[in-house]
Write a protein of this length. Structure first.
Length: 216
């Protein structure tokens, strides 16, 4: 059952998100899946089936990518029903998906190690070289500027302000990306994040040198 279910989840996600231009495409999902399974193995914790399924399906109800969360949850529910996923696994995956998103820095206590591992894997893909590329892909899709020196970094914000307030792709590093390393749950993820964090800091240093003309 496991192999068939994973295969069907892969087909479902490729169909729904396969070529998403905001950095939430199939390759993002697959990277999150692989990182989550690696963390699971290294930590020796969690149910690999729940972790893999949740990692594969985590962006299906994401309001950034669909008209409404309800629409996404209905699609996910239909997938579960058509593939006869046990109710306890359905509930666990919905709980993981409902609680792992950053959403302006909200703090939600994660109830299971599976949720912590999937959250770590998703956050790792938001930092480092790929995180930099995804930040600008998403900012461009939203119509954000690369940078504007007169815009202030937002420290505390509501979900609506986080989603719709005025910002830039560079500001996003300070409002979210640089904070993620210290919010990771597992030792394995924290070790993986070290090099990626340094990559972002080096990029920002070079960016501002070029912005200010210091390299002329």
């Amino acid at each position: 059952m496991k192999d068939t279910l994973i295969e069907q989840a892969e087909i479902f996600v490729r169909t729904e998100l396969g070529e998403d231009p905001t950095g939430h495409d199939w390759y993002h999902v697959d990277r999150v899946r692989r990182s989550a399974l690696h963390i699971c193995k290294e930590e020796g914790l969690g149910d690999p089936l729940v972790i893999e399924l949740a990692a594969l399906l985590h962006d299906i109800p994401d309001e950034k990518l669909i008209d409404t969360v309800e629409q996404g949850r209905a699609k996910l529910g239909s997938f579960f029903k058509s593939n006869i996923v046990p109710a306890n696994i359905q509930d666990h995956i919905f709980e993981i998906i409902d609680t792992i998103s950053y959403k302006g820095g909200r703090k939600i206590e994660l109830k299971t190690i599976e949720a912590k591992i999937v959250q770590d894997a998703d956050r790792l893909d938001a930092i480092g070289a790929i995180g930099i590329a995804r930040a600008f892909a998403y900012g461009g899709k939203k119509g954000q500027l690369i940078y504007h020196p007169n815009i202030q970094v937002r420290e505390k914000m509501s979900l609506e302000e986080y989603r719709s307030g005025k910002s830039t792709s560079i500001h996003h590093f300070y409002e979210k990306l640089l904070k993620l390393k210290d919010l990771l749950n597992t030792n394995t993820a924290r070790k993986m994040a070290e090099k990626r964090q340094q990559m972002m800091l080096s990029f920002l240093e070079q960016f501002f040198q070029e912005w200010d003309g210091q390299d002329l």
